[in-house]
Design a protein around this ligand. Structure first.
Ligand code: NAD
Length: 441
C-alpha cells in the first residue's frame, strides 16, 4: 500500500519505519527541512532504540523516503496518516494549529481518493473538525474517508511498541475505510478494536489520564509511607499481586513528565469543563505530580536548611530513560528550583544533554560523566533511572563528592547503597532513609 505520514516526529517516524518494515511504500513528510535532510542521509534526528537499523534497511530497500514537498509526498498516497504535534495551549486545551495547517496542506495537495488517518492525540470531535476543514478547502475532486487511529507507543520502546502493540484502535463510521486500515496493519498481527470515531478519540485520553492517575496515586501513597514509616516498594508489590490492580505503573518517584501525560491530562480536564462534567480527580492527579516534581528539592532544603552555595550533581535530564526527549522533564523544574535557591547544578545525561541545553540553558553546567558531575558535590540527585546509573560504582562517586549524600528520585540505587557499608546518607522516595554516620558527614 502507498502510505504518506504527515509529521515525522517520535510518532510519525516510528510509525513510518515500522509500516515500511512490514512491506508498505512509505513517504514521511515534514515541514522541518533540516529534519528531512538528516533523514534522507539515513540518520535519525531522535534517539530511539532500534530505530536506526530499521531506518537504514528500509531506505536502502527502497520502501521508505522522506520529503518536505507535500505534492511529491502525497502524489501516490492512498492512506495518509497525520502525526503532527498537538501540544498544550496556555489554558490547558490541545493546540490544534499544527493539525489545522496539516489539513490545509492536505486539502491543497491530495490528488486521489484516500483514507486520512488522524494518529495525533486529539480531543473528542476533532476528527469531524478535520474532515470539515479538509472538505471545505479541497482543490481536487477526490473522495476522502476518515479514520481515528490514536497511538500508544512509548518513547524509549517506540519500535517494539509499534511492532508488538497491545491493540490497534480503529475508529471510523465507514466500513471500507476501517477495512483498509486493518489491511495496512494486518501483518503486525495485533488485535484490533473497531469503534466509532469519538470513542477512539476518548480511548487515548482515558488511557493516558488513567496511567497518570496511577502514578500520582502511588506517589501519594509513597508520601504517606514516609510519614507512617512504611516502605512504598513493599506496598506496591503487595498491591501489584492483585490482578485487578496489576504491578505496572506503581513505581513511586518524582512524578511523570514527557510530551504526553502532562498535556493529555490537562486536555481531558479541559474537555470535562467544556462539557460541564466535573472531573476533579484529574485536578488532584496534576497537583500531586507538581508536588512530586519538587520533592528532591524540598528534601534537600530540609536536609541542608539552605541550598545557597551548595553544589548538586544531577544524574539524568530526559523525562525518562532511553529517550533524549526533554519535554516536561522533571529535571527542568528541579534545575530551576535549585538555582533559584542559590545552588549550583552540574548535570550528566547519557543522551539528552543537547536537548536539555535548549530548554534549561546555561543556568546549569553540563558534563560528560557521572563522576565528573559528582566531583565536589554536596549531594547527588538521581532524576532519571537510566540503566547506566543503576550499574554505577557508587563508591567511586561517593569518593569524589564533598558530602556523601544521595537523593534518589527514582528509587533505583538502594540495593547498591545497602551493599556499600561506608558512611552515606541515602534518601529514597516513600521508603526509609539509609544513614550510616561517621565523622566525615
Ligand atoms: P513531534 O513534535 O515529535 O513531531 C511532530 C512533527 O510534525 C514535527 O517534526 C513537525 O515538524 C511536524 N509537522 C508540524 N506541522 C506539520 C505539517 N503541516 N506537515 C508536516 N509535518 C508537520 O510530536 P510527537 O511526539 O511525534 O507527537 C505527535 C502526536 O502523537 C501528538 O499528538 C502526540 O500527543 C501523539 N503521541 C505522542 C506520543 C509520544 O510518545 N511522543 C505517543 C502517543 C501519541
Amino acid at each position: 500500500m502507498n502510505v504518506a505520514v504527515l509529521g515525522t516526529g517520535y510518532v510519525g517516524l516510528s510509525t513510518g519505519v515500522c509500516l515500511a518494515e512490514i512491506g508498505h511504500d512509505v513517504v514521511c513528510i515534514d515541514v522541518d527541512e533540516r529534519k528531512i535532510d538528516v533523514l534522507k542521509q539515513g540518520r535519525s534526528p531522535i534517539y530511539e532504540p532500534g530505530l536506526d537499523e530499521l531506518l537504514m534497511r528500509n531506505i536502502s530497500e527502497g520502501r521508505l523516503t522522506f520529503t518536505s514537498n507535500h505534492p511529491q509526498g502525497l502524489r501516490k498516497a492512498d492512506i495518509i496518516i497525520i502525526a503532527v504535534g498537538t501540544p498544550q495551549s496556555d489554558d490547558g486545551q490541545a493546540d490544534l494549529s499544527y493539525l489545522e495547517h496539516a489539513a490545509k496542506d492536505l486539502a491543497e495537495h491530495i490528488v486521489q481518493d484516500c483514507v486520512v488517518v488522524v494518529k495525533s492525540t486529539v480531543p473528542v470531535g476533532t476528527n469531524e473538525y478535520v474532515k470539515h476543514l479538509l472538505l471545505g478547502q479541497l482543490k481536487n475532486n477526490v473522495e476522502i474517508k476518515m479514520v481515528s487511529n490514536p497511538e500508544f507507543l512509548r518513547q524509549g520502546t517506540a519500535i517494539e511498541d509499534t511492532m508488538k502493540a497491545d491493540r490497534i484502535i480503529i475508529g471510523s463510521e465507514d466500513a471500507d475505510a476501517s477495512e483498509k486500515i486493518q489491511e495496512m496493519y494486518r501483518p503486525l498481527n495485533v488485535p484490533f478494536l473497531l469503534t466509532d470515531v469519538r470513542s477512539a478519540e476518548m480511548i487515548k485520553y482515558a488511557s493516558n489520564a488513567f496511567l497518570a492517575t496511577k502514578i500520582s496515586f502511588i506517589n501519594a501513597i509513597a508520601n504517606l509511607c514516609e510519614a507512617a514509616g512504611a516502605d512504598v516498594e513493599a506496598v506496591a508489590m503487595g498491591m501489584g499481586f492483585d490482578k485487578r490492580i496489576g504491578s505496572a505503573f506503581l513505581n513511586a518517584g518524582i512524578g511523570y513528565g514527557g510530551s504526553c501525560f502532562p498535556k493529555d491530562v490537562k486536555a481531558l480536564l479541559h474537555t470535562s469543563k467544556e462539557l460541564g462534567v466535573p472531573f476533579s480527580l484529574l485536578e488532584e492527579t496534576i497537583a500531586i505530580n507538581e508536588h512530586q516534581q519538587k520533592l528532591l528539592v524540598d528534601k534537600a532544603l530540609k536536609r541542608f536548611g539552605t541550598l545557597k552555595g551548595k553544589k548538586i550533581a544531577m544524574l539524568g535530564l530526559s523525562f525518562k530513560p532511553n529517550t533524549d526527549d526533554m519535554r516536561e522533564a522533571p529535571s527542568i523544574r528541579i534545575a530551576r528550583a535549585i538555582t533559584a535557591a542559590g545552588g549550583k547544578v552540574t548535570a550528566y545525561d547519557p543522551v539528552a544533554t543537547g536537548n536539555a541545553r535548549k530548554v534549561i540553558g546555561d543556568i546549569i553546567t553540563y558534563v560528560d560523566s557521572a563522576v565528573e558531575a559528582a566531583t565536589g558535590a554536596d549531594a547527588l540527585f538521581i532524576v532519571t533511572e537510566w540503566d547506566e546509573f543503576k550499574q554505577l560504582d557508587v563508591a567511586v562517586l561517593l569518593d569524589v563528592m564533598k558530602q556523601r549524600i544521595i537523593f534518589d528520585g527514582r528509587n533505583c540505587l538502594e540495593q547498591v547503597v545497602l551493599k556499600i557499608g561506608c558512611p552515606i546518607e541515602y534518601y529514597p522516595v516513600g521508603r526509609p532513609e539509609v544513614i550510616i554516620k561517621d565523622k566525615k558527614i
